[in-house]
Design a protein around this ligand. Structure first.
Ligand code: AMP
Ligand code: MG
Length: 414
């Protein structure tokens, strides 16, 4: 078995940064797809949007009051009100149909079109109407309380740039300029390949020597967070032909294999990946997650994530997450807030290895979690986030300031 990479152990482990650089170089935003306006919030824009209309497309009133020729109010005061004939009403969507003449006023509501012949609006508070005549006790300059054509968005304005993650108000603006759909970066499609003879599907009660699959549940949440779409999947036994078939499926941009990624007897994924495509890296100098594999099948990125729940999560966060975000047009960087806090207890590491240490936040300090082996999923639940100990450090002393990558934008106190 010349090409079988199993049972040799990891003769060498590659540095985290090398794998990150490989992924950063190859993962580029996918192409665009038209997305209906009502579905575009949170999506990444794949086009530069230019307004093809003015908003508003007509001069509009900024006040409830009376539309007049401003010059006719000159000299008006509480002691010397000017009087104009009220000849009609302008409502939003229901303009006054004629041209305003000297000596006339039109009652107008906020957002309603300014009638032809008028150039200012006097606010209702300084007006009194009786028997079709309005007394105005304050002067207004021409243009006062009038929103000009294009005051919000002018035709030809560059309103949103490609790469923008659309916020609700962005979608509102797109709607106001008449867009029914926009081009957005396609969501990366992610195929989960969950393997293990011992696994029961989510929703089962664990029994005997069987355990319930939790990795796919975590991964689906992370994929959604990072802008990807999880394709339907089934749990597979540790049978090479079945794993090969799922890994080779062509409908995905990213394949995440959970379990069977190391160098043991039932660890088929590395060999299968090297047969189907390229196993670029296998064995990474990090803890947990050292039995991680990274490669490609054609244009697809394949991540071999160790089955241990913490290793699976860490390998996803280091490698798969940034890649899925980049394919979807988002920033590769950590997607949540980071906080800098003093370390409550020292962390010991090894030079040459990158460590991913779960920490709780208690009384403003980051406390490394003691029972934090790779199989202890609950450590990630108790943790507010993780501290990454870089390769060149032997550890971090108690009291030193560390950067915590929060699992959420809130600091979840333990
Ligand atoms: P493996 O990487 O397949 O050798 O699995 C390492 C450990 O992780 C074993 O204890 C497995 O039972 C456990 N494990 C594997 N897959 C999953 C999964 N999908 N959910 C939870 N634990 C798993
Ligand atoms: Mg397994």
């Amino acid at each position: 078995m010349k090409h079988d990479v199993r049972m040799r152990g990891f003769a060498e482990r590659v540095d985290v940064e090398v794998v990150e650089a490989f992924l950063a170089e190859h993962a580029r935003a996918l192409g665009g797809e038209p997305v209906a306006l009502l579905d575009c919030v949170g999506r990444v824009l794949a086009e530069d949007v230019t307004a093809e209309v003015d908003v508003p497309g007509f001069p509009r009133s900024a006040m409830d009051g009376y539309a007049i020729r401003g010059e006719q109010s000159f000299g008006a005061s509480a002691y010397d009100a000017i009087r104009l004939d009220v000849v009609g009403v302008s409502l939003p969507g229901n303009p006054y149909g004629s041209k305003l003449q000297a000596g006339q006023a039109v009652r107008i509501m906020t957002g309603a079109p300014i009638p032809d012949g008028a150039d200012a609006v006097v606010k209702a508070e300084v007006c009194e109407e009786e028997d079709g005549v309005v007394s105005i006790s304050e002067a207004v300059a021409p243009c006062k309380n009038v929103g000009a054509i294009g005051e919000d968005i002018a035709k030809g304005d560059a309103v949103l740039k490609a790469g923008r993650r659309l916020r609700p108000q962005d979608a509102g603006l797109l709607s106001s300029i008449g867009r029914a759909e926009v081009l957005c970066v396609r969501r990366p499609r992610v195929r989960l390949v969950v393997t293990g003879d011992e696994l029961l599907p989510a929703g089962s009660i664990p029994a005997g020597s069987q355990i319930v699959d939790s990795n796919s549940v975590v991964l689906r949440g992370l994929i959604g967070r990072d802008g990807g779409t999880s394709l339907p999947f089934e749990i597979l036994p540790d049978v090479p032909d079945e794993i090969r078939g799922a890994m080779a499926s062509e409908d995905a941009d990213v394949v995440l294999v959970s379990g069977g990624t190391s160098v043991g007897q039932e660890d088929h994924a590395p060999r299968l990946l090297s047969e189907l495509g390229e196993l670029a890296y296998h064995g990474i100098s990090m803890r947990p997650s050292s039995p991680t594999g990274i490669g490609r099948i054609g244009e697809r990125f394949v991540f071999l994530l160790p089955g241990n729940p913490v290793s699976c999560l860490a390998a996803y966060e280091f490698f798969a997450g940034p890649t899925i975000r980049a394919l979807g047009g988002r920033a590769r960087a950590w997607p949540h807030r980071r906080v800098t806090l003093p370390l409550a207890r020292k962390i010991v590491s090894e030079v040459g290895r990158t460590d991913y240490v779960r920490v709780a936040v208690e009384e403003g300090q980051a406390t490394p979690l003691a029972t934090a082996g790779a199989s202890i999923l609950s450590s990630t639940v108790r943790a507010a986030g993780a501290v990454v100990i870089p390769r060149e450090l032997e550890g971090i002393r108690e009291g030193a300031e560390v950067e915590v990558l929060l699992y959420d934008d809130e600091v979840a106190e333990a």
